[in-house]
Design a protein around this ligand. Structure first.
Ligand code: AMP
Length: 547
């Protein structure tokens, strides 16, 4: 017997309709690329996202066509979140920190039809447009009078002119909630970047989950600052959870330095902020010398990389701000676990509570997790046994866009598919996850991925290099930095400096290794693969050069 409840698909358009109706005067504040502060309301977001939807219809875009963005966190980007997905198209947010060649590759792979970009990324668009012949229109997120002349970009328009003539009425279409809504590429462990394709259903369920009290605890009383970029995993879902709860949203734009972030937090009385450790490090470094204090901030969610104990301590003890340590992945929309205490912990001494806060936290309802050994046998939740972390749930990927990389899921005895995260972890008896290592060969620097394979491929293209292995080495500011171990060809000579120079123009500057170490050999496993774990062990005593 089926239930007799209304069968209404979970669609992203319903979020913005709700925010407009119930929180129409709720504020959205953005620091613009131009440097000034822009303010308007949820009702304005709704109206202008309908104008954007009309403008997209005017481009004869089909249902499911991809519309890309290269943009900071700001109000126009938010309008595209709703206008693009709400009208049945797929929002493809692109990471502007990638090399132009990688961006062009991703855009062609996604088959983007339109690209909307902040003017700060004009040089990037100038570098890629000729390589993306299928893009029909390039839209600069600016007023008509700021549109660059002689940019060399064909079919260039300003966003304000593009949507300005459109009506702000639009009937959001109704369709299957499993329809794709947005996509995000991530550098895989092997081969080219792969895209996670989110659906309306996964996005709404994730938005509900993220707002829960033991997760981000969002409410209409909050003023929320997403420092985590909207170009990476939908800013951890905050643009959606914010509409669902009707909170005030404060967008930092491109100004992510400690001073700008601090000033915005104070001026807009931010209560909750989200970002990777590197950003918070800059904020704390700015605040400490002048003895600055927060007058409104009560909690911050920190994730994307392990949050250093000193940072949790500083926020908690020095500033009275609760740190919510979070773990997740692009493939998980991204939230998997978040660290909050349980009732029984409240009576425990401060040190015991601090030890819990260092962990990445408990699973959110909607995320199943387990740790397994090399044979796939599930390991005990005793806080000691560590193994490969596997997850499943309705906001977790089941396949990559275009089937790239084949079927990523590992079936269990009941035939349920689990996604292997590439992280190694323990889980304690209370269900708290702690990441102890990473089995995937990628390096995370300042919250951004560096593909070790890309770095190695460039090195082995050098005539003097026989073999190269890139590993991540701990760094106080960036969490990890890439270092290259190189075996020279017999009789060939090359210096560290020559090799580093060889990277110029071939990859983004921040992805260039910090150092080159010449070695006799690189450990190789039985299957012929380089054994990075062993290499890391061999280089344990190594410290990065201080430049
Ligand atoms: P991304 O797909 O770029 O969001 O990166 C996801 C990966 O970042 C995870 O698989 C982890 O390796 C790492 N990561 C994310 N959050 C944390 C955290 N709190 N502690 C340690 N590693 C993390």
């Amino acid at each position: 017997m089926l239930g007799l409840m209304q069968d209404q698909p979970l669609l992203i358009s319903s979020l913005i309709e709700f925010a407009e109706r119930h929180h129409g005067d709720g504020e959205i504040v953005s620091r613009r690329v131009e440097g000034d502060i822009h303010r308007y309301t949820w009702a304005d977001v709704a109206g202008r996202s309908r104008q954007a939807a009309n403008a997209l219809d005017g481009e004869s875009l089909g249902f499911g066509d991809r519309v890309a963005t290269l943009a900071w966190n700001g109000y126009r980007h938010l309008e595209l979140y709703y206008g693009v997905s709400g009208s049945g198209r797929v929002l493809h947010t692109i990471n502007p920190r990638l090399h132009p060649d990688q961006i062009a590759w991703i855009m062609n792979h996604a088959e983007d039809k339109i690209l909307c970009f902040d003017l700060s990324f004009l040089p990037l668009v100038q570098a890629v447009h000729a390589k993306c012949p299928d893009v029909r229109k390039w839209i600069a997120l600016c007023d008509a009078d700021r549109l660059p002349v002689d940019s060399g970009i064909p079919h260039l328009d300003s966003y304000e002119r593009w949507i300005g003539t459109q009506p702000d009425t639009y009937a959001w279409p109704t369709f299957d909630e499993n329809t794709a809504s947005s996509m995000c590429y991530t550098s895989g462990t092997t081969g080219n970047p792969k895209a996670t394709l989110y659906s309306h259903r996964s996005t709404l369920l994730h938005a509900y989950g993220a707002a829960l009290p033991d997760v981000m605890c969002l409410s209409a009383r909050d003023s929320v600052l997403p420092v985590v970029p909207m170009f990476h995993v939908n800013a951890w879902g905050l643009p959606y959870s914010a509409a669902l709860t009707g909170c005030k949203v404060v967008f930092p734009g491109p100004a992510l330095d400690g001073k700008s972030v601090y000033e915005l937090i104070e001026a807009e009385q931010v209560t909750f902020a989200a970002g990777v450790p590197t950003v918070w490090q800059m904020l704390l470094t700015h605040m400490k010398p002048g003895g600055l204090r927060f007058s409104s901030l009560t909690r911050t969610v920190i994730g994307g990389s392990a949050c250093p104990p000193a940072m949790i301590h500083a926020f908690q003890q020095d500033y009275g701000v609760d740190v919510l340590h979070a773990w997740g992945m692009t493939e998980m929309s991204p939230l998997g676990t978040l660290c909050t205490l349980k009732n029984k912990h409240l009576a425990q001494p401060a040190e015991a509570q601090d030890a819990i806060r260092l962990k990445q936290g408990r699973a959110i309802f909607g995320v199943d997790m387990k740790i397994v050994d090399g044979d796939g046998t599930e390991l005990a939740w005793d806080g000691k046994a560590y193994g490969d972390l596997m997850v499943k749930g309705p906001w977790i990927v089941k396949a990559y866009y275009k089937g790239e990389g084949g079927d990523p899921l590992v079936p269990d005895a009941n035939g349920h598919g689990w996604f292997p995260t590439g992280d190694v972890a323990t889980i304690d008896a209370d269900g708290y996850l702690q990441i102890t290592d990473r089995s995937k060969d990628v390096i995370k620097s300042g919250g951004e991925w560096i593909s070790s394979i890309d770095i190695e491929n460039i090195a082995v293209a050098h005539p003097a290099v026989a073999m190269a292995a890139c590993i991540g080495v701990a760094h106080p500011k960036w969490d990890e930095r890439p270092v290259l171990a190189v075996v020279k060809r017999p009789g060939a000579e090359v210096t560290r400096e020559e090799l580093l120079k060889f990277y110029e123009g071939k990859t983004a500057k921040w992805q260039v290794p910090d150092d080159v170490i010449f070695v006799e050999s690189i450990p190789i496993g039985a299957t012929g693969k380089m054994l990075k774990t062993k290499l890391r062990e061999q280089l344990r005593g190594y410290t990065l050069p201080t430049i």
